[in-house]
Design a protein around this ligand. Structure first.
Ligand code: C2O
Ligand code: CU
Ligand code: CU
Length: 689
């Protein structure tokens, strides 16, 4: 019996119950809303109730339940037996993406990626229209080493905008390839960064706002392999395409003319592509071989193992090697996750790498009800026909791979609560600004997206900063899920560690570096991470669900990493009005400053003015009583989550704990000083009461 990796039976049953309850409630809500919109129906429902109570209906209901049960059970039995690949056919040799180690010019490792439309013969008959990166489908495996300075030029030959994100890499925000680093058709963009992280299997893919799923589906993705001194010294398979293979696993659907058809929902397909190959087979040497798996699918989670149920070693997770290999028969891979495996073929037996149906009846019922199953798919046929070209010592569960220093809970200054779906009572609303739109009053803000594609009740807004992190801090991010589906949480910039799951300390692969983790309904996962590099007060990083249909529909948030500004002591732990100006030398800015200085001064309200000028006009500075902070790096703006992506004057009211309770950003300064005084008084009396 294969050990079930998705938690205890009890846990599964609990999750299942939660999903059912959630589904029931959302149906109920929708039904009630619908009834309320139809007054005539309301009268009719009375007779419906009578009907529901009738013996005729009850018999019908019983029959329905019975039939559903039979269908579910036989569906389960069926799913256990038949591989789901709908395009069965002859095996194809597994394609191996070209290895690209770049060209080192003047100490910089340089890469060039050309993103373009293309075609590929995937099925018999018509070729499939695809997109690829320096090739017809997918892109080369970029290999780099810790300590390298890297530059990657991305050329966009698509007819639409794209971006290129280095998933799992520690890079400055401007180099991250998020929705904020657009590459227009015909344009190029160059990312430069030092490689400062341990050996790992990462990947790259487009990240345009609302369009990631579509572009990845066409074929835009590739792997990044990082080596370091430690990994290179290990007696472990690491020769690309010889004893160390990339496996990019994706599910696709085709229409009748062999074209990709991204289905609705989370985009589950019935044909598996590995490295862009259908029905792949691979000849390997009859010895230990390493595989680097990437779930590059839009929405499907896989339960991966071998058809003969052989054991294998997991040696790496998303962000690096494990301390020692882990012996297992299954790994679970959600969209965006990676795993490194070592498989022993010295018995010379052919074996199929498979994705198994989910671990039991409950999960199969889930798959039928919510369509989130892993299905029963052949992935790659492995044929150990080659004689070993070299003999390496056997990797065992005792082989030391690396050391992972555990982050200490006591070092974490901040705990953030990230809840997929709606908000919990007591959650603070982030405030929206930018694009010339006024801030909304946080306390007046309505419900918003509960249960929809939201995180903490908020849908992605490129002009809103959801979280602000202080550079250098260690933080705990507690992940929960208020929806009826599992969501893989991914965060940019850092690799995190799992502190605990439902209070239990991590074991096995949970002790490895992660940047993506599946959060089931009912889970409470505490992750811990350190933001020790790269601050940028203007450019945010993302965190989101990696089910692409979900991220594209708003299940994403933005965070800034900011150095703590100087002179924060000016806030004096009091509610304060902040005015962000273009400059004291700007006439209407100064007009606002003098007006507010006079009136707020008279009312005894703390006022701080922030200017990006490094040497503000000394005469004007002296003419007002309030402090003028010179902040050329926009740290204050970043600290108070003002995304300074364009000209905007900002007036904010913050409470004693530095939370923004009201704000206005416009092309012109906010001049209604009385309204601000009014809000200030409301705030003070609310804080007192
Ligand atoms: Cu793999 Cu924000 O992405
Ligand atoms: Cu999701
Ligand atoms: Cu101005």
């Amino acid at each position: 019996m294969v050990k079930d990796l998705s938690g205890s039976r009890w846990n599964q049953a609990k999750r299942f119950g939660l999903k059912l309850r959630w589904q029931w409630r959302s149906l109920e809500r929708r039904f009630n809303a619908w009834i309320e919109s139809k007054p005539r129906l309301q009268a009719a429902t009375l007779s419906t109730w009578k009907f529901l109570a009738s013996p005729l209906f009850r018999r019908g209901a019983f029959a329905t339940v019975a039939v559903t049960l039979v269908v579910a059970v036989s569906g389960y039995a069926y799913s256990l037996r038949v591989p789901g690949n709908s395009h069965r056919g002859s095996d194809q040799p597994l394609e191996i993406p070209p290895l690209d180690e770049g060209t080192v010019i003047e100490g910089t490792r340089q890469f060039r990626l050309v993103v373009d439309e293309s075609q590929k013969q995937l099925l018999p008959g018509m070729a499939t229209n695809t997109a690829g990166i320096s090739g017809p489908y997918l892109g080369p495996t970029l290999r780099m080493k810790r300590g390298d300075d890297v530059s990657i030029l991305v050329e966009n030959n698509l007819a639409e905008m794209t971006t290129m994100h280095w998933h799992g890499m520690h890079v400055p925000a401007k180099m991250d390839g998020t929705p904020h680093q657009e590459i227009q058709p015909g344009e190029t963009w160059t990312a430069t960064f030092p490689v400062e992280q341990q050996a790992a299997t990462l990947w790259y893919h487009p990240h345009p706002h609302g369009n990631t799923g579509d572009q990845v589906y066409q074929g835009l993705a590739g792997m990044i392999w990082i080596d370091d001194q430690n990994s290179q010294a290990l007696q472990m398979p690491q020769t690309y395409g010889v004893d160390d293979f990339p496996l990019v696993i994706q599910d696709r659907n085709f229409n009748r003319s062999n074209q990709f058809r991204l289905p609705g929902g989370i985009g589950l397909g019935t044909t598996i592509l590995v490295n862009g190959t259908i029905n792949p087979s691979l000849e390997v040497e009859s010895r230990q071989t390493r595989f680097r798996l990437l779930n590059g699918s839009n929405g499907r989670t896989y339960h991966i193992g071998f058809d003969d149920e052989r054991e294998f070693l997991q040696v790496g997770t998303d962000g690096g090697l494990l301390e020692t290999p882990l012996r297992t028969q299954r790994i679970i891979l959600a969209p965006g996750e990676r795993a490194e495996l070592i498989v022993d073929f010295s018995d010379g037996k052919e074996v199929m790498l498979k994705s198994f149906p989910e671990a039991g009846l409950l999960e199969t019922a889930e798959m039928i009800l919510w369509g989130q199953g892993s299905g029963n798919f052949d992935l790659v046929r492995l044929q150990p026909t080659k004689t070993p070209s070299r003999i390496l010592p056997h990797v065992t569960v005792e082989t030391p791979l690396c050391t992972i220093d555990r982050y200490q809970e006591a070092d974490a200054k901040v705990t953030r609560h990230i809840r997929f779906g709606g908000r919990e009572r007591g959650d603070r609303d982030p405030i929206s600004n930018g694009g010339g739109r006024p801030f909304e009053d946080a306390r007046q803000r309505g419900g918003g997206g509960r249960g929809g594609f939201a995180i903490n009740g908020q849908s992605m807004d490129m002009h809103r900063i959801d979280e602000r992190v202080r550079l250098g801090d260690t933080e705990i991010w507690e992940l929960t899920n208020g929806t009826g589906q599992a969501h893989p949480f991914h965060i940019h910039l850092v690799q995190f560690q799992i502190l605990d799951r439902d209070g239990r300390p991590p074991s096995g692969a949970d002790r490895g570096w992660k940047d993506t983790i599946l959060v089931h309904p009912g889970d409470r996962i505490r992750t811990i991470m350190k933001f020790d590099r790269y601050s940028d007060a203007r450019t945010p990083y993302m965190y989101h669900c990696h089910i692409m249909a979900h991220e594209d529909n708003g299940m994403m948030g933005q965070f800034l990493v900011v150095e703590e500004p100087d002179q924060l002591a000016l806030l004096a732990g009091e509610p304060t009005v902040l005015i962000f100006v273009y400059g004291l030398d700007c006439e209407h800015c100064f007009e606002q400053v003098t007006l507010f200085d006079e009136h707020l001064g008279a009312a005894g309200i703390n006022l701080v003015v922030i200017t990006p000028e490094s040497e503000p006009n000394a005469e004007r500075e002296k003419s007002v009583a309030c402090p003028i902070v010179s902040d050329p790096e926009n740290r204050w703006a970043g600290w108070f989550k003002m995304l300074h992506d364009g000209p905007a004057h900002g007036t904010l009211l913050i409470d004693a704990d530095e939370n923004v309770v009201w704000g206005d950003t416009q092309d012109t300064p906010y001049m209604d000083v009385d309204a601000v005084i009014e809000r200030y008084r409301e705030l003070v009396s609310a804080e007192a009461g």
